[in-house]
Design a protein around this ligand. Sequence first.
Ligand SMILES: [Fe+2]
Length: 304
Amino acid sequence: MNDSHAGVEPTLPRRSRAEKERQKKAARKIRRKKRAQAAANQGSRIGRLMNEYSRAAILRVGKNSRNRFNQILADNSLVGDSAWFERDQFPWMKTVEDNWQTIRREAEGVLEARDLLPAIHEISPDHDRLSEDGTWKTFFLYGYGIRFERSCARCPETAKLLESVPNLSSAFLSILAPGSHLPRHRGPTKAIITWHLGLIVPKDRENCWIEVDRQRRLWSEGESLIFDDAQKHEVRNDTDEERVVLLIHFDRPMRSPGSWIGSSVMRAIRWSPFVRDGRENNLAWENAFEEALQTRSDGKETPH
Ligand SMILES: [Fe+2]
């Protein structure tokens, strides 16, 4: 063998990387097929009109233009462009914060049926890479401006308090089971700001955390954490207790042209198949939830 064959050994890691990439691609393809099947099974109009390949095309276009748009939004932000925001930048949050115990009481009512609550990927299948084990559960009151009436009726005081949030986009109970881990990821746009109001926080606080841009914060009950989810963030609940926050997205305050670019981006997201499928999934889940609760309460009333 001549020396030229010495190059064979170093190519092995490259081949294994290629193999990994091939496996990833295959897994993505399977996920795409599953989502298309789910949409078809639900009879979703959008599912029929937009096949998985056009969804992939939207994702590609979105990813390519995301950084450019986000830079304009950051340049026009009226609250700066940091990973974490200060509480006093948003004085209107006080109305909701002052009533956190009322919100928590309503959340506890919902959590009595925690086994029926959907994992995030059951509502938004595009989140399947984030929480494959189903340990991140949700209860949506609003999603991208859509109000879920039946869920709001289950938490009427919370729904009323949400009316005080300027330019509310989404609001849901975000429930992280013990042992949950959401690997580093980032949201698509700086057009919104994320607000967590702590409702139920494990006693072992140090082991339940969120990092945004590698800066770690801990939740406290009744207190707010506010951040830019377009920056890379990671979440971990390494305790044996559940963590519950009211998660709210609201529009980032911006001057023009950022404000109109922001609203165009949000309009595009709202009309995308991702959000429209999510809306249909959540409406279907709401109906199933109400029926299941009815069956349970009928069962309790039936004498055995
Ligand atoms: Fe996130």
